[in-house]
Ligand binder design. Structure first.
Ligand code: SF4
Length: 196
């Protein structure tokens, strides 16, 4: 008998299932039991995949602070339980030893990055933002008056030297906060990757 590779795998699967059923062993029950055992003692956390701007719903299973399993949320209207390969691989991303979990700084002229504290990182970003904002602040600009057609000076109060681009890794709530932050510091140039 000529059997293709795919056909051989199908036949093998059927033979194993038939053999298991013959022994009173139901593979479906075994699979469900394995799934239940794997998730025993975990906390289920509904979340959103933020790999791209699709916003698919995920269920995360966490035990002792570690992500044990994740899957598509069947009740989520966007993906109805499915996940694309990028999201399905997020378990490896979350648990990767290469994952950067501390802020890092490369000093001017240095050839390596060094760990710094969150406090230090926030201080540096705040100081730099203030410095650039002050240096590039524009209080007034010459604009054509729509009524008269003549150029006039109008108050604009904007930070010309700062622009902000949100990445696909930024979710809705973070985008909201970033937008608020940009407005607070007088920065009109803020955009999001999903719109570009
Ligand atoms: S599961 Fe895939 S399609 Fe859905 S948001 Fe994540 S990366 Fe985008």
């Amino acid at each position: 008998m000529d059997v293709s590779r795919r056909g051989f795998l199908k036949l093998s699967g059927l033979s194993i299932a038939a053999f298991a059923t013959g022994l009173g062993f139901d593979p479906a029950v075994a699979e469900a039991t394995g799934y239940a055992l794997k998730l025993e003692g975990t906390k289920k956390i509904p979340s959103i995949c933020h790999f791209c701007s699709g916003g698919c719903g995920m269920l995360l299973y966490v035990k002792e602070g570690k992500l044990i399993h994740l899957e598509g949320d069947p009740d989520h209207p966007t993906n109805e339980g499915t996940l694309c390969p990028k999201a399905a691989s997020l378990l490896s991303v979350a648990n990767s030893p290469d994952r950067v979990t501390k802020p890092k700084r490369r000093a001017p002229g240095a050839d390596h990055w060094e760990d710094i504290s969150w406090e230090d990182a926030l201080d540096r970003v705040a100081k730099k933002t203030k410095e650039v904002r002050d240096a590039s602040w524009k209080a007034a600009d010459e604009i054509v008056n729509a009524k008269t057609g003549l150029k006039e000076m109008f108050s604009v109060n904007r930070a010309e030297g700062i622009a902000f681009i949100g990445s696909a890794e930024v979710d809705n709530e973070e985008s909201y906060l970033f937008t608020k932050f940009c407005r607070v510091i007088g920065n009109p140039y803020h955009e999001h990757q999903a719109r570009i």
